[in-house]
Structure formats: structure tokens, C-alpha cells
Design a protein around this ligand. Structure first.
Ligand code: GLU
Length: 255
């Protein structure tokens, strides 16, 4: 099974931008185990800007472009250092792939990206993808890694995209505000009712940015790839998904 796993900043780091060591160690251990069991794994990892802010001791996420890009440049090194170190413990090799919107929009560049990625998988390597934040400007930015992960999944014909978030899945209402909010286990069609649960920009359910996750679901479902949102604070859920059990919210590919 070819699986893309998207790890969000909130899963990787504490609010101040420092690495959540216990969680990341467990995640890398479980992902290594799943790879040993035969799963083809591609990671899409956020965290460059967040970890860069932590390392540069910024008190909050900067709003100006040069500072954000400087933070990304510092944080991306830290991120890959951590992944390389942890996956090496389980005898796995990682590779960094940084892309921008033009790399997936332009046919030649998209083919190069896909060829390299497929070759890395043949070589048994775990590709780790992020947006190239240090050069991405407003004009060429994909913007969020949910969309990036869905675009990658559809290009490389993945069977499954797993979004590790800071929320258990898609709820019928904001679980932080409503006690009656219920987790939706399965979505087979993106109806207006489902799409309305994404909220507008900045008013998503929980803090997980549900709007971009629903956009990602639309890309995946159309391209024949299932997508599951699970809570990244419970990495053991990855085993349940691999065993075909239900967890979080699953969006089924349109067959
Ligand atoms: N590429 C950004 C980073 O690594 C994250 C974008 C996102 O989280 O959606 O900080």
C-alpha cells in the first residue's frame, strides 16, 4: 500500500516551536515498523517555520516574508536532522524533497519530481517533502501542506493520504464549543453540508484548519485516493489504519 503521511507542526512541536521529542520518537518508530511490514511511505512534513522560530528564539511567528523564510531555512535543517537521526536508528534512509507550486503545475518539472520520488521508493528510501518555503513567494506558494500532500498523493497515485492533525477528525460542530459535537467516521461525498463544516478562513473547527483538509479531501477523492484525518497525538492509530480498522474520519475515493 502506497501511503502519504502528512505531519503538521502541532504534532511535531510544542507551542513555542521546540521539538516534541517523545511524540516524534514514537512516530518515527511506528512509521519505520510499518515500512518494515511492506508499506510504501512518503512523508509530507511541516514544521520548518515553527521549529526555526523556536531555534531563533522568536517570541511569535513573524509576519514579514524575509523573517518567515529565514525561520524556514533554519527550521528545515533541524527538521531533517531529527528525521535522519531517528529513522537511522531503525536502519531507514531519508531524502529531502522541497517543492513549490510551479514544480507540480509545470508538466516537465512534475514528471521529474515524480520520477525522482518513484526511484527513491524503489531504493527503499523514505522521501520527506515540504514546500520550499525559503523561495516560495505569494505568487508561487502552495500555501499549506494539506493541499501539498493531496497534490503529491494524486500525482504519485497513492492509495491513502493520512493527515495527522491536532483534532480527532471532522466533527458535526466545533468540539471546543459544542458538547454535542460528534465525530463523523466516514465521508463518501463532499456535500454542501460537509463542506460547510470547514468554516471560512480562520474560523475552522478546532485549530486543525479543517477548510484546507476538506480541500485536500476533494483532490484525493477525485484522484482515487482515500484520505483519513487522525489525531497526531496518538501515533499508535497508524497501526489501526494499517490493519484496516476505522479511526478518525475517512474520506472514500470516488471509484
Ligand atoms: N511549509 C510550512 C512549514 O514547514 C508549513 C505549512 C503548513 O503547515 O501547512 O513550516
Amino acid at each position: 500500500m502506497r501511503t502519504v503521511i502528512k505531519i503538521g507542526t502541532s504534532t511535531l512541536a510544542y507551542a513555542g516551536g521546540h521539538l516534541n521529542i517523545r511524540r516524534v520518537e514514537l512516530l518515527c518508530k511506528i512509521i519505520s515498523d510499518l515500512k518494515n511490514s511492506g508499506m510504501e511511505v512518503i512523508l509530507v512534513s511541516s514544521g520548518a517555520i515553527g521549529m526555526g522560530c523556536g531555534k531563533l528564539k522568536f517570541s511569535s511567528r513573524p509576519s514579514d516574508m524575509p523573517s518567515k523564510q529565514a525561520a524556514a531555512a533554519v527550521g528545515q535543517c533541524e527538521l531533517m536532522y531529527v528525521y535522519d537521526k531517528l529513522f537511522s536508528e531503525y536502519n531507514h534512509t531519508v531524502a529531502q524533497m522541497l517543492i513549490t507550486a510551479s514544480d507540480v503545475e509545470n508538466e516537465d518539472r512534475r514528471r521529474n519530481f515524480t520520477n525522482t520520488l518513484n526511484r527513491l521508493l524503489e531504493l527503499g528510501v523514505i522521501p520527506i517533502i515540504n514546500e520550499n518555503d525559503t523561495i516560495a513567494t505569494d505568487e508561487i506558494v502552495i500555501g499549506d501542506n494539506d493541499t501539498l500532500a493531496a497534490t503529491v498523493s494524486s500525482n504519485i497515485k497513492a492509495d491513502l493520504l493520512l493527515l495527522l492533525s491536532d483534532i480527532d477528525g471532522l466533527y458535526t460542530a466545533d468540539p471546543h464549543k459544542s458538547k454535542d459535537a460528534k465525530l463523523i467516521h466516514e465521508v463518501r461525498e463532499l456535500t454542501d453540508e460537509i463542506l460547510s463544516l470547514g468554516g471560512g478562513a480562520g474560523s475552522s473547527l478546532g485549530s486543525g484548519g479543517m477548510k484546507t483538509k476538506l480541500d485536500a479531501a476533494a483532490i484525493c477523492m477525485k484522484s482515487g485516493c482515500d484520505m483519513v484525518i487522525i489525531n497526531g497525538s496518538k501515533p499508535e492509530l497508524l497501526y489501526r489504519i494499517a490493519d484496516g480498522e476505522a479511526a478518525g474520519t475517512r474520506f472514500f475515493a470516488v471509484k
